[in-house]
Design a binder for this molecule. Structure first.
Ligand code: SF4
Length: 347
C-alpha cells in the first residue's frame, strides 16, 4: 500500500528532501530515493511499502538476538523489503536488496498484526529480517497500537536513522538489537554505503530514551576482525550503552556477494569475547555457534544463570528480581525469564 511518508521536507520546484535516514536524499518529482521505496509524486513523498509484508513468523526472541529481554518468550516477526545499506554479505539479500514488485509480498494492516500477535501468544512484535526503519510509517502506526494492547515492540536494526525521525518513534519501542557492523568509517563507507557516526548517534539516543539495547557485531575474516577494532567497539559499548549491555559476536558465513572467504574461525570469536570482557563488558555472547558462548553467567560469581542451545532456553536459574541465586548480584534482564525448548537449536 502507498501512503504519504512521514519525515520529509518539501523544497522548491516540487523537490523533496527525505529526513528518514542520514543519506538525506533530495528527490526530484517522479523519482525515488536510494532505498527505492520512497517516491516523490508532484512534491509529495510517498512510502511504497506501507503494510507490504515479505515474511511473518513466530520466532524465539533469542533469534533476534535478544538474550536479556523476556528470555524464553516468542515474538511475532514481520518484515518488508529493501535496506538503507548494501552489505555484500547480507543473509537476507533476496528481500533487503529488492524493490517493490520484485519479490512476493502481501499486505497487512496494523490491526491485523496485533490480532495475529495475540493469537500466536507472542508477547512482542519484532520488526526484523530486512532493515525495519524503512518501514517507518507502518511501524509507527503498528507499534503505537501494540503499546495500547500491552505488546512490546522490538527493532532489529542497522541503526541508520536520523535523530529527528528516531525521536518520534522511540516512545513506542521497548527493545532493539542494533547491528554495529564494524568500527571504522572506512568500513561503513566501503561495504555498507553508510556511516558509522550516524549509527552510534542513533544507538546512544535509543539508550538515552530507555530502550533495552543489545548489540550485534558480525565478525568477518580480514575485514573487521582486528584486535584494535574489536577493542574499540567493546569500549564504545561499555561507555555509551553500559558495561551490562549484552554484546553478541556473530559468526560470518559466506553469502550473497561475499563468498571469497571462509566462515569466521571459532578462535577469532573466542578472542573477541576475551577482548570485550577485558574491556569490562559483563555479558558477551558468541552467535551462530551453538554451545557454551550462548549461556548467561553471573558477572560476579560466574554461576550459570541461563543455559541455552541455539534458540532454545534449556534452563533458567534466577532468583526474585532477576538476581543471581548464589551471590545476589542484580542481572540486567528485562521481564521474566522462562525455559523454552522446541528443538529450535539450529541456525
Ligand atoms: S530513507 Fe534514506 S535512502 Fe530512502 S529516500 Fe529517505 S534518505 Fe533516501
Amino acid at each position: 500500500m502507498e501512503k504519504e511518508a512521514m519525515a520529509y521536507t518539501k523544497i522548491d520546484n516540487n523537490y523533496v528532501k527525505c529526513n528518514l535516514c542520514p543519506r538525506s536524499c533530495v528527490i526530484k518529482s517522479g523519482k525515488r530515493g536510494v532505498c527505492r521505496v520512497r517516491e516523490n509524486r508532484d512534491g509529495t513523498l510517498f512510502t511504497l511499502i506501507y503494510g507490504l509484508t515479505t515474511a511473518e513468523a513466530i520466532d524465539p526472541i533469542e533469534k533476534k538476538p535478544l538474550f536479556h529481554f523476556w528470555p524464553g518468550s516468542d515474538t511475532y516477526s514481520i518484515s518488508t523489503l529493501s535496506c538503507t545499506f548494501a552489505c555484500p554479505w547480507c543473509q537476507n539479500w533476496e528481500i533487503s536488496q529488492a524493490s517493490p514488485g520484485e519479490v512476493y509480498a502481501h499486505e497487512l494492516t496494523p490491526d491485523k498484526v496485533i490480532e495475529k500477535t495475540i493469537k500466536s501468544n507472542s508477547s512482542s512484535i519484532s520488526y526484523t529480517y530486512n532493515e525495519p526503519l524503512l518501514w517507518y510509517e507502518f511501524i509507527y502506526d503498528t507499534s503505537k497500537l501494540a503499546k495500547e494492547n500491552k505488546i512490546h515492540n522490538i527493532l532489529v536494526t542497522n541503526g541508520y536513522i536520523t535523530e529527528g525521525a528516531l525521536s518520534q518513534l522511540v516512545d513506542f519501542i521497548d527493545a532493539a538489537n542494533v547491528d554495529i557492523k564494524g568500527f571504522t568509517e572506512n568500513f561503513y563507507r566501503t561495504y555498507c554505503k553508510g556511516d558509522l557516526e550516524s549509527v552510534l548517534l542513533a544507538t546512544k539516543l535509543m539508550k538515552k530514551r530507555g530502550i533495552h539495547i543489545e548489540v550485534t557485531n558480525l565478525i568477518i575474516p580480514e575485514i573487521n576482525d582486528s584486535t584494535d577494532e574489536i577493542r574499540q567497539l567493546s569500549a564504545w559499548v561499555r561507555d555509551n550503552v553500559g558495561k551490562d549491555a549484552p554484546l553478541h559476536f556473530s559468526r560470518f558465513f559466506p553469502n550473497y556477494k561475499m563468498v571469497d572467504r571462509p566462515p569466521t574461525p571459532f578462535e577469532t570469536l573466542l578472542k573477541a569475547k576475551k577482548i570485550a570482557e577485558e574491556e569490562g563488558l559483563q555479558y558477551v555472547y558468541i552467535g551462530n555457534v551453538p554451545g557454551e558462548g550462548e549461556n548467561t553467567f553471573c558477572p560476579n560469581c560466574k554461576h550459570i544463570l541461563i543455559r541455552r542451545m541455539g534458540f532454545d532456553v534449556l534452563k533458567v536459574d534466577l532468583a526474585k528480581g532477576n538476581t543471581c541465586p548464589k551471590c545476589g548480584f542484580k542481572i540486567n534482564i528485562v521481564g521474566n525469564a522462562n525455559a523454552r525448548t522446541f528443538g529450535r537449536w539450529f541456525y
